[in-house]
Design a protein around this ligand. Structure first.
Ligand SMILES: [Ca+2]
Length: 457
């Protein structure tokens, strides 16, 4: 889930020109409860969740390797009943690993190692024990690798090895998985050499990329009670804060053109994302630069920024099936709401049963709006909620991680597909569990230097 879409900040919401319905509030609260474990440790970055995972064996189809990294404390990986056995996660790029958390089921390991590898074949042990006692083990390690595995050599029971969760984290890193570095051929991000150094954690700079629609004096940002136009103050020296949002407004601070990013900032780490979970209102992109050279951008792509707002709305209408076209019409020109927020997909609406038969075919009973919103029974099931939204739910679970298979047929969340298709590196938060399989616009890095936020039209 995105950092904050599940949390309700009433002070900020009162100022938003957007009505938050009781149903949405309930959905947010339910979602918040479901991810409290992740939120509690947001100051560190969780590298492993939803990443490709393999194991030496599984006990049965109900205990796949992916269950060890799905973020769901109610699902687990379990091996066959022999030694040795292993489960390994592919972080996608070489990372400095600080912490490994093992949430053992009753079938735990008494002797095991945590190993890292840059190639998946040559392993270096960063932790070793022969007296493991099960439960939840939080291990501080020092190592670097793209692959991290638990290599079990002695079982505590006659059964196999079983983990509810296998989490690989980084605290204050000098390197972490590096998505495609920022490409800036057209100087979209402007001059970065003049950004002043931060006294706090990192310097945030707001960029007016409205193509002349609004002067700097009418592009506003707000954070923690401060409201300024770019003309007044283009910078914010960001302090550490948990569960923050920065809002942006075009025209005036009470404008219906209003949108936000969300983040958690630790003493020396930035975690944050753009989000389309609730709606689209203003084109947004952000670029995080760290002292070690890490430089990654997320959000709407440059082509989307360069086109007129009316073009983007028309593209949406052209690129989605009939049921979804209303989203770019009902609240135009201000917003394109997520489908779960539109009356047509809610109880009593003409498309209230859009997902019903498909969900039933995989044993899920949930309202269509709860599938779009990963709420109710899906609040604790990130993998299934993502699979339904992406239309891969009827495929073997091993294929749920393959983005090439997503959105190939209806029913699916075509609203989310649109934002992926027009996002930098095709990464977006189109629904709450879009972070499953690493598809979201979440970025995280230690020792951050600056964050650029482009506000568009
Ligand atoms: Ca699990």
């Amino acid at each position: 889930m995105p950092l904050m879409s599940r949390r309700v900040n009433l002070m900020i919401h009162r100022r938003r020109p957007v009505l938050v319905t009781v149903a949405v509030l309930i959905a947010l609260l339910v979602g918040y409860a479901a991810v409290a474990v992740k939120q509690a440790s947001a100051a560190s970055a969780l590298l492993s969740q939803g990443k490709p995972v393999t194991a030496s064996s599984v006990e049965n189809a109900g205990t796949p390797a992916s269950a060890a990294v799905d973020g769901n404390p109610g699902t687990r990986w379990s091996s066959q009943f022999s030694d040795p056995q292993w489960v390994q996660v592919d972080l996608g790029a070489t990372a400095t690993v600080d912490q490994v958390v093992l949430a053992w089921e009753a079938a735990y390991a008494t002797a095991f190692q945590i190993q890292v590898s840059t190639n998946g074949s040559t392993w270096t042990s960063v932790y070793s024990t022969t007296t493991g006692a099960g439960g939840t083990q939080t291990l501080t390690v020092t190592g670097s690798g793209r692959y991290v595995r638990m290599y079990g050599t002695t079982r505590a029971t006659p059964y196999g090895y079983s983990l509810w969760e296998f989490a690989v984290r980084i605290e204050n890193s000098t390197s972490s998985p590096s998505p495609t570095p920022t490409q800036d051929p057209g100087s979209f991000w402007g001059d970065t050499g003049s950004i002043p150094p931060a006294q706090n954690v990192l310097m945030v700079k707001i960029l007016n990329r409205t193509n002349g629609h609004y002067p700097d004096s009418q592009v506003y940002w707000s954070f923690n009670g401060q409201v300024h136009s770019i003309a007044e103050q283009p910078y914010l020296d960001m302090p550490a804060n948990s569960a923050g949002r920065m809002y942006f407004y075009l025209g005036s601070p009470t404008s219906p053109y209003a949108d936000f990013i969300e983040f958690t900032v630790g003493a020396s780490v930035f975690n944050g994302n753009t989000t389309r979970v609730d709606a689209f209102s203003i084109k947004l992109a952000m670029r995080l630069h760290a002292h070690d050279g890490y430089d990654v951008s997320v959000g709407e792509d440059v082509a989307t920024f360069l086109e007129d707002r009316s073009v983007t709305f028309q593209k949406f209408i052209n690129e989605v099936p009939t049921e979804f076209k209303v989203l770019a019409q009902a609240q135009a020109p201000y917003r394109i709401p997520a489908p779960g927020n539109d009356p047509s997909f809610r109880a009593g609406g003409v498309n209230a049963n859009y997902f019903t038969a498909y969900a039933s075919s995989v044993g899920v009973t949930a309202a269509t709006s709860d599938i779009f919103g990963c709420a109710a029974t899906l609040a604790n099931n990130p993998g299934m909620c993502a699979a339904l939204n992406r239309h891969v739910a009827t495929l073997p679970q091993s294929q749920w991680m393959d983005p090439n298979l997503y959105y190939q047929a209806a029913p699916a969340n075509y609203y989310a597909r649109f934002w992926h298709n027009h996002a930098i590196n095709r990464l977006a938060y189109g629904f709450p569990y879009d972070d499953y399989a690493g598809q979201s616009s979440f970025i995280s890095h230690g020792n951050p230097q600056y964050l650029l936020v482009a506000v568009g039209w």
